[in-house]
Design a binder for this molecule. Structure first.
Ligand SMILES: [Fe+2]
Length: 350
């Protein structure tokens, strides 16, 4: 009796709520055309953002997903007839390359310029960062904080022989990191660094970022190089085993010393396509991405750091600690990428 009464009440509430829901859904904003989004991101939560945009504006999102370089090539091939309005991709160097390839155009928008810090957008408005992730060093808290490991450069020290796990050199996350070291330290020092890291590997590079820190508790690796959001997903997981792993892994944000350059971050960014047929809708979409609601879906949905200040962080991200980020130099990163990869591979980091 006592159990059924509340259930009946809930049912009544649902029945009463149901008719109200239908007109609300029908009262959605009228169709105001569409925006074609070419995205190289592959996170399910991004779709929630596109739905939120449509609910808010009545503008439908036509989503085309693909590999970043292929999407840029596709826009080029489609030429003036390209339906593409907006390009979304990960990696600052790729955004710089899209600009170089002539597939983007500059946007002047008070909203974008006010909400996105100058260091996180192209000076001519060809791309705007909408989320960021840090590349960090992870360790086993049960073994204590590793000594002598405060900078990426320290990873080459022979005291860490046989301890490091990292994915293959040619992944953009590692190329981007090495390109920033190349910019900071020069070619000779970067080559010495890459040789040191290769000599310190616990095993040949394999798997993705999360496979590196997952191998810490079983003792295969003592140190892992990974992007923050992969670990963040474990901290936000409903699965107790995931959260246990999250609790066990410590995070070092490198290069935080006074006068040092800061921890390497990479971005996801958005760009207006040069031939965009729905320019107003596209700019509106880009601006929408900087709202608190969108930042919570797009950035925090994937456990990345928002680019807009004042957006509250997920507790799992807060638990990893605060850090100072190295400024994003997209053009330099693109210019250094090929040489950085050659150096890593020559050094034996495959
Ligand atoms: Fe990733």
């Amino acid at each position: 009796m006592t159990a059924t009464a509340p259930r009946r009440l809930m049912l009544a509430a649902l029945l009463m709520a149901a008719p109200a829901l239908v007109p609300a859904a029908q009262a959605q904003a009228p169709n105001r055309g569409e925006v074609a989004v070419y995205s190289a991101r592959h996170y399910d939560t991004d779709r929630r953002l596109y739905d939120a945009f449509t609910r808010e504006t009545g503008i439908r999102v036509r989503l085309i997903e693909g590999d970043a370089d292929q999407l840029v090539e596709r826009i080029r091939t489609e030429g003036a007839n390209s339906p593409a309005d907006v390009l979304i991709t990960v990696d600052a160097a790729r955004l710089a390359r899209a600009k170089d390839a002539g597939v983007t155009q500059g946007v002047r928008s008070a909203t974008l310029e006010e909400r996105i810090p100058a260091g996180l957008r192209d000076a001519e408005g060809h791309w705007f960062a909408v989320s960021q992730r840090a590349r960090v060093i992870m360790y086993d808290k049960t073994r204590g904080v590793p000594q002598g490991l405060a900078r990426y450069e320290d990873l080459a020290n022979e005291r860490f022989r046989g301890q490091i796990c990292v994915r293959a050199a040619n992944h953009p996350y590692n190329v981007s990191l090495a390109a920033s070291i190349l910019a900071a330290d020069g070619a000779a020092a970067t080559e010495a660094w890459a040789r040191g890291v290769a000599a310190n590997l616990a095993r040949p590079p394999q798997g993705g970022d999360r496979d590196q820190f997952r191998a810490i508790p079983p003792g295969q690796c003592q140190l892992a190089i990974s992007n923050t959001y992969y670990l963040g997903h474990f901290g936000a997981s409903q699965n107790p085993a995931d959260r246990e792993l999250f609790e066990r892994i410590g995070v070092i944000f490198p290069n935080q010393g006074a006068g040092d350059r800061g921890t390497h971050v990479n971005i996801s960014g958005v760009a207006l396509v040069r031939t965009s047929p729905n320019r107003d809708n596209a700019v509106r979409f880009m601006e929408f991405m900087t709202t608190t609601e969108a930042q919570q879906i797009f950035a925090l949905g994937n456990m990345e750091y928002p680019v807009v200040s004042g957006v509250p962080l997920h507790p799992a991200l807060r638990a990893m600690g605060e850090f100072r980020a190295e400024p994003v130099h997209a053009t330099q990163s693109a210019a250094n990428a090929a040489e950085a990869l050659r150096i890593m591979q020559r050094a034996g980091w495959r």
